[in-house]
Ligand binder design. Structure first.
Ligand SMILES: [Cu+2]
Length: 160
């Protein structure tokens, strides 16, 4: 969602799962900090290409940095480098229905939870939606919301 539809959200101390309507324009500002790292962060998004609107050093300041956005010929890629102690602002259109991972490509940072999960909803047509599961798809996998992951694993082993 663009800034006209939602406020800037802070980071969380947990893996974030975000659900997007099909076709939503998603804007993210990655902010590097000095906490436990001194590297740049190659942020990678699966399933979509990102438009790199702008990058800078220091803390992102919407009041002045939005004016730096390149809306004429921005680079398009699935990985953007967030400078050490800097920021990068990106946009993508959530038009590929699936569950996607977004993460820093440094393994050490990934294990520090520098990652998020995006769920992109089906679109309005068959061509913009995932096909339904096959008739033989095991329905006990994830369809019982009362199962904890360990219970699902146990049930899978028991049934095997
Ligand atoms: Cu990183």
């Amino acid at each position: 969602m663009g800034p006209s539809r939602c406020a800037i959200e802070p980071s969380y101390k947990a893996t974030v799962v975000r659900r997007f309507w099909h076709g939503a324009a998603v804007e993210i500002v990655f902010q590097s900090t000095a906490v436990l790292q001194d590297d740049s962060n190659p942020m990678h998004l699966h399933g979509h290409n990102m438009i790199l609107l702008a990058q800078g050093f220091g803390n992102f300041d919407a009041a002045k940095d939005v004016a730096k956005y390149n809306s004429v010929n921005p680079p398009v890629n699935n990985t953007v480098l967030v400078p050490n102690l800097g920021w990068a602002a990106i946009r993508f259109v959530a038009n590929n229905p699936e569950v996607w991972f977004m993460h820093c490509h440094y393994e050490f940072h990934l294990t520090m939870s520098m990652a998020a999960v995006f769920i992109v909803e089906d679109g309005p047509t068959v061509d913009t939606s995932l096909p339904p599961p096959s008739a033989h798809f095991p329905t006990y996998c994830g369809h019982d919301d009362n199962l904890l992951p360990d219970e699902l694993c146990l049930q899978t082993k028991k049934d095997a």
